[in-house]
Design a binder for this molecule. Sequence first.
Ligand code: 1HE
Length: 256
Amino acid sequence: MSQTPLLKVEQHGPVYALAIDRADQRNALNHQLIEELIAFFANPPTDARAIVLHGHGEHFCAGLDLKELLATRSENTIIDQRRSKAWYRAFDLIQFGEVPVISVLQGAVVGGGLELAASTHVRVAERSAFFQLPEGQRGIFVGGSGSVRIPRIIGAGRMVEMMLTGRTHDAETGLQLGLAHYVVDNGTGLAFAMKLAATVATNAPMSNYAVINGIPRISDMGHAEGLFAETMVASMTGADASQRITGFFEGRKAQK
Ligand code: 1HE
């Protein structure tokens, strides 16, 4: 029996809006959702130039589906690691994918929901958004790449403190920490993100690809390796640079 999809896809020209449609369970990530994320991001539509990821309802995402965890946990730790491996695949496909992803964050951005948000490239938080890592309180650890991605955004020390105390950061603090790049009024995040996505979509696709794949990797390299990688990546961009640069100067002349 086929399951009703939990990810809803809408095309708006070069921008695709991808909605997590599980508001009754606060968009908690179950196995089906992770598999649907993998299916979408492994083969995004070839005409997609930017993707907006958002969640239906009052909350972006309540993290791992804890009921499913209780029902499916294996005593065999090797088998149990399959869950994390699926999450790694999904979130790596997002962060190191073909197309920039802009997320819209409202209400709970907690646990695995924060791990998911951290794999997106631009994060727009509505004022209602709050960020928390309650894994310690639930007797578990991050298992969706949080310990790799989140310290690179807020620093290892802050993540340790968040996990030990279970503290909640509001949208404004999230902005200061880099968990969000924008804070907007409640109910306006999707429209704001769609506008940003339309702008991102006008960049050269190869430049966007180089930015999302090159910058996080190069920033992990040593100085010499980084410079070498940068020049290699740069040499692969620029297919339509002459036309774009000429267009830029002609546009400025026309304004004068
Ligand atoms: C869930 C989940 C969930 C809600 N798994 N079902 N994440 C957490 O520890 C967060 C747990 N959730 C919450 O703290 C709250 O639900 C919220 C703050 C997100 C929302 O509160 P509220 O009052 O709007 O909703 P609610 O009444 O708590 O929940 C509504 C329903 O969603 C209810 O189901 P129902 O069938 O009884 O109606 C809840 O059980 C369900 N629900 N959150 C399953 N998370 C790979 S490692 C990652 C590790 C983690 O992510 S740990 C953090 C897990």
